[in-house]
Design a protein around this ligand. Structure first.
Ligand code: SF4
Length: 486
């Protein structure tokens, strides 16, 4: 059995931050490790670094293709699923397809006809939370769990009825008892959903980094290049209203043994490590142990990790220790510069806390990558105030997302009538997807891009992004000032 694990590209425009933040496809690499242990021939295709999916399929001739991605990759996943089905049927498209359809004898001579069609499986964050979006003919299974044994069970041909965390096509007419049909999605009557169970991350093998080592120069986090990825926990123990990360793994936070984490970090041949837990700063004892082990083993690396402002303020001693072992960036969702917005979204932090967190990180020589949200009720003055606040607190690294209602959250229905786009590619936090309340979409984009240009020019003056093509981005921002809303 040959299995291709695929991470489609995030965008086909230049405006995609490619070459600036390119993540190693870590979750696929863990699945790859698991499937290889099971004895399968596995290959990984990463659309961030290789644009030719079709070529990979032709060369590798997989029996199964497993796709993983976020909302903005949905269209590409579907396109590639369709390609797989088309390829199975016709061994490719275009000239060859026409030739073969006109000549059944040639087709039968070239392909003996006993080749099984490619089975397509869609998993990953977006599919696990919004499986119905993939209930389509070209998709065979949707996996809604982190448990890699479910993918292995599909490959082994096990009965899907007995698998947790899988959606599959079932013949509705087989179900004689209508009361049993509750779990059948009404819009897509032939799909059946088996609910997932939380997965214990400690059962996941270490990532197979063969793809990373082959392409290491391509994976980066800003100036940290190459940069490898590791995960130490699933889910997030907090419940900010705008965020879906606390829904992952059935909402169950589960973390790896910290000794195992440090063992894996020690084994990675890369001096930069990005810990992609939704929140790494959880549990002071665990963090003390982490620092102790890194020091004891004399591991010299730069670290990037997510951490909350309230933790930073409550535990400055932990921050000091983390700075001593090489913490370089801490990515912190400051979100808003007003207490009301912070409390309304259950952020469990305040503006003073945010300010103190910036100060503590700066005092310890750690860069804060501060993340903000521009709400849909923003007016011109809100964009201006945000820039002033960032300047006042001398923040250098800033990411500003446009508020994007998440498809899997309960409050999504409140936005349904206000959506200005239904294209999942726009769920990249750079697009206005729902009608703003106080200004037009056009004005919203205008003020948003003015803010981005101001932040970008400030970053240029400070020289923090000298590794990237400033001109291309400034040109894009200026173009988008007028393009999106016009
Ligand atoms: S915003 Fe951050 S802290 Fe809040 S739920 Fe999401 S990942 Fe957790």
């Amino acid at each position: 059995m040959k299995i291709l694990l695929a991470n489609p590209e995030t965008s086909r425009s230049k405006y995609d931050f490619a070459g600036i933040i390119d993540d190693e496809p870590y979750d696929l690499e863990c699945l790859m490790a698991y499937l290889k242990i099971k004895g399968y021939e596995v290959r990984l295709w990463d659309g961030q670094i290789d644009k030719d999916f079709a070529r990979t399929v032709k060369l590798f001739e997989p029996d199964f293709v497993y796709f993983c991605g976020r909302t903005r990759q949905e269209n590409f996943i579907k396109e590639y699923c369709a390609y797989c089905k088309d390829y199975s049927e016709n061994k490719g498209s275009g000239l060859l397809k026409n030739l073969l359809s006109n000549s059944p004898s040639l087709k039968s001579r070239l392909f003996s006809g006993n080749k099984k069609p490619i089975t397509t499986i869609v998993g990953g964050i977006h599919a696990s939370l919004n499986p119905e979006r993939f209930f389509e003919d070209d998709v065979d299974y949707v996996v809604t769990t982190y448990d890699p044994s479910v993918v292995a069970a599909i490959i082994e041909g096990k009965n899907p009825e007995n698998l947790k965390g899988i959606c599959y096509r079932a013949d509705i007419s087989d179900n004689s008892d209508p009361d049993k049909n509750d779990d059948i999605d009404l819009k897509s009557k032939n799909w059946k959903k088996n609910p997932p169970a939380p997965f214990d991350i400690r059962k996941m093998p270490w990532a197979d980094r063969s793809n990373f080592y082959e392409n290491r120069e391509k994976y980066c986090y800003l100036e940290l290049r190459p940069c490898a990825i590791i995960r130490t926990a699933y889910c997030c123990p907090y419940s900010c209203a705008f965020c879906y990360r606390n829904r992952l793994n059935c909402g169950k936070y589960v973390s790896r043994d910290i000794v195992d984490v440090v063992d894996e970090i020690e084994s990675i041949e890369c001096e930069n490590i990005y810990i992609i837990d939704d929140d790494f700063l959880v549990g002071t004892q665990r963090l003390h142990k982490f620092v102790e082990l890194i020091k004891e083993r004399n591991i010299k690396k730069n670290f990037v990790a997510f951490g909350r402002a309230d933790f930073i303020v409550k535990h400055p001693e932990v921050i000091k220790e983390l700075s001593e072992i090489g913490f370089y960036y801490i990515l912190t969702g400051l979100e808003y510069i007003e207490n009301k917005r912070l409390s309304d979204t259950n952020k469990r932090s305040g503006v003073n806390t945010n300010g103190n967190a910036i100060r503590i990180l700066h005092e310890n020589g750690i860069h804060m990558m501060a993340m903000f949200i521009t709400d849909l009720d923003f007016k011109k003055k809100d964009f201006k105030n945000l820039y002033r606040w960032i300047k006042h607190f001398k923040l250098k690294h800033v990411a500003v997302s446009i508020y994007t209602p998440e498809m899997c959250l309960e409050n999504f229905s409140e936005y349904k009538d206000r959506l200005v786009t239904e294209d999942p590619a726009d769920w990249d936090y750079l697009h206005v997807v729902a009608q703003p309340t106080n200004i037009s979409v056009k004005k919203y984009y205008y003020y948003y891009h003015i803010l981005l240009i101001k932040l970008f020019l400030r970053a240029k003056r400070q020289g923090i992004y000298d590794f990237m093509d400033y001109k291309m981005f400034i040109k894009s921002f200026i173009k988008n000032l007028f393009k999106f809303g016009g």
